[in-house]
Design a protein around this ligand. Structure first.
Ligand code: BDR
Ligand code: CA
Length: 317
C-alpha cells in the first residue's frame, strides 16, 4: 500500500485529484488536511467532506488548517472555481463541518508523519501554509516523509495568478520558500507549465464526463462553471502552449500514485522570490549554481499521457 497524506484547498481540480487517489487500489489516504486557497478554509473543509461523501469514503479523516497565509493576506480563485470553490452547485444534503476532526491540520500532519514514518508521502495541491507551520513546529518532519509532491510554482516566469507567479505560490510566497528550503526529503514539483504542457484535449474531457456513474455526474455539475471560464479569452491567455483540459492538481497526485507516470524530470536548485515588485511568489530556477543553498528538486517535464488518461478515467468510474 502506498500511503499518502493530502494537503488541499479543495477547488475543482483538487476534487479531481482527490477522486483519483480514492480510486487507486494501491493507495491508502491517511488523512486530508485543508488550507485556505481557492476559497475560504471553511469552504475547503466542506468541499473535501463533500467529495468523500460522493465517493463513499467518509472514514478518511479531514482536518481544518490555516485560514490565511503566513503574513495574513489571502488570495482566492473563486473567479475560476466558483464562490464556494466547487462551481456553486447547491449541496442540499451537504456534509456538515461536524464531521471534521477536532485535531487541527498542522498537529495532524506532524502526528501522521510520525505514525507512518518513512512510509508516507505528502501531496500538497494548495498554498503551502500548513506545511510551513508544521515544519517550524517540528523541524524533523521532512525526514519522516518518503517524498513530497507539490503542485505549485512556474518555470517560464509567466503567472496565472499574478504576472509572474502561479496561484499556490502567489497565495503564500513565504510558506513556499520555507517548504522548499526545509523539506529536504525527495521533492517533486508539478509547475503550472508542467501541467499545461501535458494537457489533455477537450475531447477527452467530454468522454471522461460522459461515463455512466454518480461520480461522473457530480464532476459534470461542479466542473461546468470552470469549463465556461476556461473558454474565455482572459483564461486562454494564461495557458502555456495552447488551450485544452488542464487538471493541474491531478498531475501531482498521479506522480505520487504511480512512479512510472513521469517520463522526464529535470533536477535543479530552486528558491522562491519574496521581494519582487512584479515577481513575488515566482519559483526561481538555478540552472548554473548561483544560489548559496543548492536545494535540488525534481520538476515534472513529461508524463505518459496514456497512463494519465487511464487514471483520470478510473477516478470517475
Ligand atoms: C493551482 O491553483 C489552484 O487554483 C488549483 O487548484 C491548483 O492547485 C494551479 O495554479
Ligand atoms: Ca489546488
Amino acid at each position: 500500500m502506498k500511503k499518502l497524506l493530502l494537503d488541499v484547498d479543495c477547488g475543482v481540480d483538487d476534487a479531481q485529484a482527490i477522486m483519483m487517489a480514492l480510486a487507486s487500489p494501491g493507495v491508502q489516504i491517511v488523512g486530508i488536511t485543508c488550507v485556505h486557497g481557492n476559497t475560504s478554509v471553511e469552504n475547503v473543509c466542506k468541499n473535501t467532506l463533500r467529495v468523500l461523501k460522493v465517493c463513499q469514503r467518509q472514514e478518511i479523516p479531514v482536518f481544518c488548517g490555516a485560514g490565511r497565509s503566513l503574513l495574513g493576506k489571502t488570495l482566492n480563485a473563486e473567479r475560476f472555481h466558483g464562490q464556494d470553490g466547487l462551481g456553486d452547485v447547491p449541496d442540499p444534503q451537504g456534509a456538515g463541518l461536524e464531521q471534521l476532526q477536532r485535531e487541527g491540520a498542522v498537529a495532524a500532519l506532524i502526528r501522521l508523519a510520525n505514525e507512518h514514518s518513512g512510509e508516507v508521502s505528502v501531496v500538497a495541491t494548495a498554498p503551502l501554509t500548513n506545511l510551513a507551520l508544521a515544519v517550524r513546529i517540528d523541524p524533523s518532519l521532512p525526514q519522516k516523509l518518503k517524498g513530497l509532491y507539490v503542485m505549485g510554482g512556474n518555470t517560464d516566469s509567466r503567472g496565472n495568478a499574478t504576472v509572474c507567479a502561479e496561484f499556490n505560490f502567489a497565495a503564500d510566497p513565504e510558506a513556499a520558500s520555507i517548504v522548499l528550503s526545509s523539506f529536504l526529503c525527495p521533492t517533486y514539483i508539478t509547475t503550472w507549465e508542467s501541467a499545461c504542457r501535458n494537457k489533455l484535449p477537450w475531447s477527452f474531457c467530454d468522454g471522461w464526463l460522459a461515463q455512466d456513474s454518480e461520480k461522473a455526474d457530480f464532476m459534470k455539475r461542479i466542473f461546468r462553471h470552470t469549463m465556461e471560464v476556461a473558454y474565455q479569452d482572459r483564461f486562454q491567455r494564461e495557458m502555456v502552449d495552447g488551450v485544452g483540459f488542464v487538471s493541474c492538481d491531478s498531475y501531482a497526485m498521479a506522480a505520487a500514485i504511480d512512479e512510472t507516470l513521469v517520463t522526464q524530470y529535470e533536477e535543479m536548485a530552486v528558491s522562491v522570490e519574496l521581494c519582487g515588485r512584479y515577481t513575488r511568489g515566482m519559483l526561481v530556477l538555478d540552472t548554473v549554481g548561483f544560489l548559496p543553498e543548492q536545494r535540488n528538486v525534481f520538476i515534472m517535464k513529461k508524463v505518459n499521457v496514456e497512463t494519465f488518461k487511464r487514471m483520470m478515467m478510473d477516478a470517475l468510474n
